[in-house]
Design a binder for this molecule. Structure first.
Ligand code: NAD
Ligand code: USQ
Length: 415
């Protein structure tokens, strides 16, 4: 028989947090959540909204209770405040903490220094507060921390699950696989991983650090009523690529693969992400262990995904087409990409359905909201550029200066 646990979900109001709460509560776990609703504010800040309307937290909890008999306890708090982290852990006394409570958008972190700084402060300090508060209040709890496949970047070699054996100048060791993040957001996750690994080593905390691929989908098994839907974003900052492609398809907007579209990433359906997180929670590591799972279903190229969305749309009688857009990011558009992901499968993970089935479900769900998506059409085209307004030294004409730092900084002493 499965042991029931007390689980705290940090980031319970988010895209993954809400369906995870429904799923864990339905499995008999005692679920607690904390959120500061920053995702709702940040999406509004970039001029958008969730394609699928979502009720506020009060209403969500009420529907879960009245319709499904699930009692989920919510704390409104901000992990950047140490006192909030301490209080929620003292109140919930968790066996496991699933930490999803971060700013998850790479483009948002690249808007300007303010957004980069917000992202790193929110994510790195929030996580640091959580691990210190765990040490103080619940050192035996299991921290399931959402990292990202983007921590590894796109190296020209196979990516292991966190660690690899290396021989260098005649000596061997098992070391963390190199991290080569491609945005200030992805780098915040690298900093988190390093902090958590240290906490496990010195304090004996236990953690599963999940390197997750890009998530897509509208459904997971707890979403049985329209009032229980999770958010679904499509703007250039918070919409992930498959989710964006599906909203583009249903509104007749040409799909937006960036650059050559041959960049490859790991992808996972929402229902499978929830299944994997549940497996991680229910199969904790040993005391002091820091383990890493690579969490994905399949690897696809971006054009390949675009073609799949267009084909799925045409099967439903929707006339979608692939467009082409200059890449606003700095990333390799053609590269080797092979990833180990065996640990979750060894613990029982099986993908729920094929990507083609999932895409059809998404398109059928989204078609009902096409007017709502069209109303925010202006958020489809990318405007956030990785190089921003600062000219790259290799591209800028030599006589031009970026002007950054001029006039506001005076050199007082060169010593
Ligand atoms: P999300 O933004 O929908 O959810 C995060 C939630 O955390 C939001 O509700 C937000 O309000 C809350 N939050 C943020 N900062 C907080 C703080 N300081 N205090 C309290 N609450 C805070 O994001 P998501 O898509 O559900 O992603 C969840 C996690 O998974 C993130 O850490 C993200 O980096 C990671 N991840 C997501 C994907 C994906 O494709 N969605 C892929 C890989 C990894
Ligand atoms: N892309 C397009 N067209 C678009 C949007 C994106 O071609 O309209 C491309 C991007 O250039 C990139 C790829 O699709 O090469 C993935 O972009 P994305 O926006 O879907 O995902 P990313 O920015 O990497 O971030 C998302 C989540 C983040 C998570 C990450 C997992 O927002 O929280 O960490 O996926 S991973 O990519 O494996 O690092």
């Amino acid at each position: 028989m499965r042991q029931t646990m007390r689980v705290l979900i940090a980031g319970i109001d988010g895209y993954l947090g809400w369906p995870l709460a429904l799923h864990l509560a339905a499995r008999g776990h005692e679920v607690y959540g904390i959120d500061n609703f920053s995702r709702r504010k940040n999406v509004a800040e970039v001029g958008s909204w969730s394609a699928i309307p979502i009720p506020n937290m009060h209403r969500r909890l009420e529907v879960a209770r009245n319709l499904l008999g699930l009692r989920i306890k919510f704390f409104h708090g901000d992990l950047r405040r140490y006192q909030d982290a301490l209080s929620v852990l003292r109140e919930s006394k968790p066996d496991a903490i699933v930490h999803l409570g971060e700013q998850p958008s790479a483009p948002y972190s690249m808007i300007d220094w303010k957004h980069a700084s917000f992202t790193q402060e929110n994510n790195v300090i929030g996580t640091l507060n959580l691990i210190w508060a765990m040490k103080e209040t619940c050192p035996h709890a299991h921290l399931v921390k959402l990292g990202t496949m983007g921590e590894y970047g796109t190296p020209n070699m196979e990516i292991p699950e966190g660690f690899f054996e290396i021989e260098y100048r005649g000596r061997k060791d098992r070391l963390p696989f190199p991290r080569q993040a491609g945005s200030f957001y992805h780098l915040s996750k690298v900093h988190d991983s390093a902090n958590i690994m240290l906490a496990c080593k010195i304090w004996g905390l236990m953690s599963t650090d999940i390197m997750q691929g890009v998530v897509y989908g509208t459904r997971s098994d707890g979403i049985v009523d329209h009032r229980l839907h999770t958010r679904f974003d499509f703007d250039e900052a918070f919409g992930t690529v498959v989710n964006r492609f599906c909203t583009q398809a249903v509104t007749g907007y040409p799909l937006t693969p960036y650059g050559k579209g041959r960049q490859r990433r790991g992808f996972i359906a929402l229902a499978d992400s929830i299944q994997c997180l549940t497996i991680a929670v229910e199969n904790p590591p040993g005391r002091g262990e820091y383990r890493v799972f690579n969490q994905l279903d399949e690897i696809y190229g971006i054009n390949e995904l675009g073609d799949m969305v267009v084909t799925a749309a045409r099967r439903l009688g929707i006339n979608a087409e692939l467009g082409s857009i200059e890449n606003p990011r700095v990333e390799m558009e053609e590269h080797f990409y092979k990833v180990d992901s065996v640990r979750l499968k060894a613990l029982g993970f099986k993908p729920t359905r094929s990507i083609d089935e999932e895409l059809e479900i998404m398109l059928r769900d989204l078609i009902h909201f096409k007017d709502r998506i069209r109303a925010k059409r202006h958020v489809m085209a990318p405007t956030i550029r990785w190089r921003g307004k600062v000219p790259h030294p290799l591209i800028a004409p030599p006589h031009e200066s970026s002007g950054v730092g001029q006039e506001t900084v005076k050199v007082i002493s060169d010593r």
